[in-house]
Design a protein around this ligand. Structure first.
Ligand code: 9D3
Length: 258
């Protein structure tokens, strides 16, 4: 997969893509990430990327020309090298559809992505109307720009590409793939400061361990993210457990949330 990112702050992308599974994915040529400075696509002598809003108001708006120039230049490089095919042009914006594992999976199926990071108070609406094919937000909080959001999207997408993760098993076991939050996990020592690891995990009884983990995952999901249970695949016995727990006056105490 090839990912092109348009930004006014290319330096922000230095860290994440030269670390860990990214670096490995890039080294193994499973993905290539190209960072483009929007300012390089200006043609006026002051390299202007933004301007005042028509109609007034605080803050600056990203001008259309550099963004169109950048996207069209990247597009023609892609067509020249690899030919046609659907090419998502994604604007990171607080007004976009809420990013999810489902959307990450959807995006992982394309051979190319173009991501545009917004800044300032917004982008000229014509970019949305006539260039962008998709708009994504990563959640309801205010960031200073789309850069961190783009990194979140790229991270979630790249780890789904074939060959990127060491073991495919860990993708399948991911909390957001089975629809439940993760069960509690422990490592040595068996007793730390008097706090013991649950006995069942030391029993060597794998069927019992699997049952305990599944039950813990369900309890934790019910406590913290009950809305996830609607879409989780629970069997009859598990549905009964949920009913029993949610109709009992109080949930069992959790050690970890305060
Ligand atoms: C003046 C009103 N602001 C909306 C609350 C405008 C505004 C805020 C923040 C315009 C741009 C930004 C910068 N944020 C993003 O570009 C962004 C973002 C975010 O702030 N939260 C979650 N996801 C994203 S994706 C891009």
């Amino acid at each position: 997969m090839q990912i092109d990112i348009l930004t006014l702050f290319p330096q922000m992308f230095q860290g994440p893509f030269s670390t860990g599974i990214f670096q490995r994915a890039i080294d193994h040529k499973l993905v290539s990430v190209n960072i483009h400075n929007i300012r390089d696509y200006t043609s006026d002598k002051h390299h202007t990327v933004d301007d005042y809003a028509y109609g007034g108001g605080a803050g600056m708006i990203l001008k259309p020309e550099p963004i169109f120039e950048a996207v069209e230049s990247i597009k023609s490089d892609i067509y020249r090298e690899k030919g046609g095919g659907e090419l998502p042009i994604i604007l990171l914006t607080p007004q976009g559809r809420l990013f999810s594992q489902q959307i990450a999976l959807e995006l992982s199926r394309y051979s190319h992505l173009i991501l545009i990071c917004g800044r300032y108070e917004g982008v000229d609406e014509r970019i949305r109307e006539h260039l962008v094919t998709d708009e994504i937000s990563i959640g309801d909080y205010v960031l200073s720009g789309g850069e961190l959001a783009a990194m979140v999207v790229v991270d979630a997408v790249v780890r789904l590409l074939p060959g990127v993760l060491g073991s495919e098993a860990s993708t399948l076991d991911d909390s957001h793939s089975n629809g439940l939050l993760e069960y509690p996990q422990y490592t040595r020592p068996a007793v730390y400061r008097g706090w013991s690891v649950p006995e069942v995990l030391l029993s060597g009884n794998h069927a019992q361990i699997a049952r305990w983990r599944r039950e813990q995952a369900i309890i934790r999901t019910l406590e913290r993210r009950p809305e996830l249970l609607d879409k989780a695949n629970l069997n009859l016995e598990e549905r009964r457990l949920v009913n029993r727990l949610s109709t009992s006056p109080t949930l069992p105490p959790s050690d970890e949330i305060h």
